[in-house]
Every structure is written in structure tokens, then in C-alpha cells.
Ligand binder design. Sequence first.
Ligand code: RIB
Ligand code: CA
Length: 315
Amino acid sequence: MRKNIMIDCDPGHDDVMAILLALGNPDFFNVIGVTTVAGNQTLEKVTLNLRRLYTYLGMSTPAASGAAKPIARELVLGDLVHGESGLDGWDFPEPTFELDSTNAVTFMREKIMNCDGKVTLVPVGPLTNIGLLLATFPEVIEKIEAISIMGGSIYAGNMTPDAEFNIMVDPEAAWIVFKSGIPVIMSGLEVTHAGGITHEEIASLCAKDGRVSKMCGDLLKFYVSYHDGVGYASFPLHDVCAVMYLLKPEIFTYQDLQVEIDCNDGPTLGRTAADLREWMKYENPNTRVLLDVDREKFIEVLFEAFTNLDVMCAQ
Ligand code: RIB
Ligand code: CA
């Protein structure tokens, strides 16, 4: 039986790669819906990016747009990394794809409650839509198998010394998710930086004939230009990890830890505080924290998905 998933995203270059990994493995994933949330860019821009991506691919999933801002705070954009459009680097067509809904929360509830079997949520942006879903419709909790997020970090943030962007944008929503009792799989910055792509691998995508691989190569050329500019040693494909773990858990190493979210204004706001004390034994730690990945295998599986889509989306 295929794994039912819903992806919540703020496309965003790495969000797109995560969506393509799922769509490029149709025998394994049943993507019952994709929803958008403000983060890398405004809700309007990230939703337009999803619609333009689907139009370019010539394939799609049911989709809805969600929250335009965090539950309790002002929106902070990640536009430095992803450009003015939120997905700079490729000339997408004007969209012909239309959303199912402009209310992601009721859209997610309907998809989850009507799905045969349980659903795994894969949020790879700020957790606003997921927090609102769990608070508004708690009946969905028993139908959710796990929540595989990209977000957080155990040792160092990327927005502040303590906080990673997706958690930092909406810590209250993250608090709801991590307190929900639903198993959380956390692809934090430790593992996402271990799964970085190289310039040479990007160049190999650009050199391919396939229209999806070539698009990914050009998008990633733009994406890494920011990281090059600020001195990153590797180019993390953050969001891909949250999907890749579901597909290939065996290429990851992890620890099951109790993780709490810091919602207090101040220098540690948005911290995913993991209890690393060896003598502290938790009966049911709430989070599987991914810490490392076989990078070569990670890239190989991702490129296979692009190649599958080169065929599936050929014109
Ligand atoms: O910190 C990385 C996260 O922020 C990724 O999800 C990226 O897409 C941005 O949303
Ligand atoms: Ca994202």
C-alpha cells in the first residue's frame, strides 16, 4: 500500500525539490494534497510558485493555500535565499493550474478524514497551517501517522544562534505540533547540512536533456549562489530530507529525543530544545531527530526522481 502524504510548503527552491522527490516516486507515495504557507516569500508568491511549477510539469495534486502570517507574530520572510519571486532561477510559464481551495485547514481536514488509512504530514515551511489544523480539528490526530518536518536544530540555528527559520517564524504553531502526541520526525539543520549538494552535481543536472532535471539544475544554481555568497561550505537541500526519510529511512542516523519549543521572546526564541542528558529516560520521547545521512545515496535517489519525472513530464 502506498504511503499517504500531504506536503505543506513555502516554495522555495528546496520545497520544490521535496515535492519532486515525492511526485517522482508514484509507486511509493500517494500525495493526497499540497498546501502553501507564507515563509520564504508571501503566501501570494509561494502559492503562485506552486501553480507555475504544476503548470510547467503538466502534472499536479489537489492543492490549497493557507496562512498568510504566523498565528501570533508578524511574518518574517526568507526572501534573501529564494529571491524576489521566491523561486528565482527558472522562467516558469504563467499558471493554468487552479487551487481546490484557499483554506488549507479545511482542505487538509477533508483530505485526511476521507483518506483510506492513515496520513503522514510533511510540513517543510513554518508550521502555521499544521498548528491551526490540530487546534481547529483535533479529530484528525488519530488519522495522522506521523509529522515529518523540516525544521529546528539541536546545536545551532540559521536565523539566530539558537533558532532555525521554519520554527522561528511561528514558534507557537511548532509548540502545538510538538505537544500534539503525534510522532514528530525532525529534519533539523544537522542532517540537512549533511545532505548538501555540490556544484559538480548541479552542473550534471544542467547538462541533462530532461526538462525537469534541467529546471532543477538552473533553480539550484540560483539557490546555491546565495549560500556561496555567505560562505556556506555545503549547499543544504533542507526540505528534501523530510520526504527522503519516509522513502529511505535506512540512509539516515537519528536519536529519539524529547524536544520542547521555546516560545519566549528573547535570544532563544524558536529554539528546539532537545534533552540530551543521558541519564534522563523518557518513556515516549516526542521526536525522532535525524542527525546524519549517506550523502551520496541521498543525491542518487533524488536524481533518480528527477529522471523519472523527465519521462513522466516529457512533452
Ligand atoms: O531553514 C530552512 C527552511 O527555511 C527550509 O524549509 C527553507 O525552504 C526555508 O523555508
Ligand atoms: Ca521550505
